[in-house]
Ligand binder design. Structure first.
Ligand SMILES: [Zn+2]
Ligand SMILES: [Zn+2]
Length: 335
């Protein structure tokens, strides 16, 4: 077997395609950046130019400023970058999220970016791709992480909200502001009561609606005038907002967190939460294995989370797998 050409190399600024002259989700400002999705750990400010899906471009502008120049590429559309054919394909992670497919002289590399394979009505479903070299994430790359179905989890969330509403208590649900919050909105039973969202969530939700994703009506929690208004409400807020002043009006609220990390029991207790809902926008263990198998990749590079562990697992199976230097990777905040 002839050694495969490396279309991606790891540099101090992140994943670099030297032939194509661009970086994928760079860690430092670079001339040309291809951005897989709009989470902060994947979007570096100060790059000369950006290439992303139209939905990611809208989200980036909503987060980083309307003047940001982003060239857009639809899923499946192809461009030529110095002889490297580049295309973006659904990653199923959040609205607009993409895998990056590179092809040169018949050699194909794919960078998954963050991805999941579970159902999510708020974004395009993950597209399996064949390649010679695969760069995959492994945020939850341990066998302990196996997700229940999203339907089962959103039903649990609705049941929890309904019970609290019947007691006149607000339901404060902590969830990441981009992706997770909107996925919850799309899944809950909005007939239970009003839904309020934190100021970090509302602008992201607006972009989802502009992109044609159907979500129930929401109001800014800052506009809620008093305790009575919030009594039977669902209030969505990012985890960072926990304990801030405005949660004071929610002193009596039942508090919950929706995250893949809730699969680890101690996490709920440590954060003094009433409930933990296991809902992740990342692939679980079996989805990671399925994705690597379906890619038929001869070489697998692993980033984020449990990269060393997942690389060891694949190496024992005889696959050329390697953990990318995790210390350099921006740590994940959107699990
Ligand atoms: Zn992400
Ligand atoms: Zn990420």
């Amino acid at each position: 077997m002839k050694p495969i050409a490396h279309l991606i190399e790891l540099t101090e600024s992140g994943m670099h395609c030297r032939e194509g002259g661009f970086f994928v989700d760079p860690w430092r400002p670079v001339e040309r950046a291809v951005v897989t999705h709009a989470h902060f750990d994947h979007t570096r400010l100060g790059c000369g130019s950006y290439l992303a899906t139209p939905e990611t471009a809208l989200l980036m502008k909503a987060r980083l400023g309307p003047d940001l120049h982003v060239r857009t590429l639809r899923y499946g559309e192809e461009i030529d970058a110095n002889g490297v054919r580049l295309s973006l394909h659904p990653a199923g992670h959040i609205l607009g999220s993409a895998q990056v497919r590179l092809e040169r002289n018949g050699e194909v590399w794919v960078v998954t970016g963050d991805f999941k394979r579970a159902a999510d009505p708020t974004c395009a479903h993950f597209a399996p791709l064949r390649c010679h070299g695969l760069v995959t994430e492994s945020t939850f790359g341990l066998p302990v992480f196996r997700w229940p179905t999203a339907d089962a989890v959103t039903t649990e969330i609705s049941d929890w909200w309904r019970r609290n509403a019947a007691e006149g208590r607000p339901s404060l649900l902590l969830a990441y502001s981009l992706g997770k919050a909107q996925r919850i909105l799309a899944g809950v039973d909005a007939s239970i009561g009003p839904i309020f969202t934190h100021g970090a969530i509302e602008p992201m939700t607006r972009v989802y609606r502009e992109a044609g994703i159907s979500l129930p009506p929401t109001r800014a929690v800052a506009a809620a005038t008093g305790r009575r208004e919030l009594a039977g409400a669902l209030v969505l807020a990012p985890p960072a907002a926990e304990g801030s002043a405005w949660t004071g009006s929610l002193a009596k609220a039942s508090r919950a967190f929706a995250s893949g990390w809730m699969q680890i029991r101690g996490n709920r207790r440590r954060r003094a939460l009433d409930r933990g809902f296991v809902l992740s926008d990342h692939a679980d263990w079996s989805a990671l294995l399925q994705t690597v198998a379906e890619s038929r990749a001869e070489r697998v590079w692993i980033t984020h989370g449990y990269a060393e562990e997942l690389a060891r697992f694949f190496k024992e199976k005889g696959l050329a797998a390697e953990a990318l230097r995790a210390g350099q990777m921006a740590e994940e905040a959107d699990a």
